[in-house]
Design a protein around this ligand. Structure first.
Ligand code: DC
Length: 227
């Protein structure tokens, strides 16, 4: 994997990050969850009472972008996301962030800032990056492009179980609505919408466990990189 890039894009809650984490261990490379960067900006906007400006005064909201510093730092051998020097990973998957993040991710200036950071990440060990526009915009020349999808029922149940385990007070319907809303907004925004690239390999993981997917992708990597 040295120096190579694997892009994993796909619909919301298809398990892109969990899969990418396993694969990065398998291939001894780094994993970047680009969605966490959009979530970090959203969290900042919520915590600083700025989210209302998305509709009201976008220029004011954008003037605050330079106050936001996003970095990945190694902690116990793992890359952790820091927002203005604070490790905020545990706060990124709340439903309040999930409900706002697609609106933040649709703002072109915010995408430009994050795409620049994504391209600057050290790729020497090889990188697996997951998101929505990794194969189409961030790394159009990626060595391998995967696109994950799954039925809405299975995606919602997986995310619901994850949130309940963390103590969230939500219903399955809340989660279904949020996932459908994000898919719709991510696929229909003007800048860098979620698309299936012509050269992406589509994996429907409705009936596949993570180990099943890891085995499948190891085979794909073998035939793509080493044949
Ligand atoms: O992968 P995720 O669900 O954590 O992503 C959160 C949101 O960020 C999602 O609504 C889409 C957006 N996103 C994006 O627009 N581009 C990316 N590369 C990654 C995520």
């Amino acid at each position: 994997m040295v120096g190579r890039i694997i892009a994993i894009d796909g619909h919301a809650s298809t398990g892109k990050s969990s899969l990418a984490k396993y694969l990065s261990k398998e291939f001894n490379c780094i994993h970047i969850n680009s969605g966490s960067m959009y979530r970090a900006i959203t969290l900042y906007m919520i915590n600083n009472n700025l989210i209302k400006y998305v509709d009201k005064d976008i220029d004011y909201l954008l003037s605050k972008l330079s106050d936001i510093r996003i970095e990945f730092k190694e902690v116990d051998d793992k890359l952790k996301l820091f927002l203005n020097e604070k490790n905020i990973e545990k706060d990124l998957n709340s439903l309040s962030v999930s409900n706002e993040v697609s609106n933040i991710a649709a703002i072109p200036e915010i995408r430009t800032k994050l795409v620049k950071l994504q391209r600057e990440i050290d790729r020497s060990k090889g990188v697996i990056m997951d998101g929505r526009d990794i194969g189409s915009v961030v790394f159009p020349n990626a060595d391998l492009k995967l696109f994950l999808t799954a039925s809405i029922k299975v995606r919602a149940k997986r995310r619901y179980d994850e949130l309940i385990k963390k103590g969230a007070n939500i219903t399955l319907i809340d989660v279904i609505n949020n996932i459908e809303d994000r898919d719709h907004k991510d696929s229909n925004r003007k800048t860098s919408p979620l698309v299936i690239d012509d050269d992406a390999i589509v994996i429907d993981n409705t009936n596949k466990t993570i180990p099943d997917q890891v085995e499948l992708i190891k085979e794909i990597v073998k035939s793509t990189f080493y044949n």
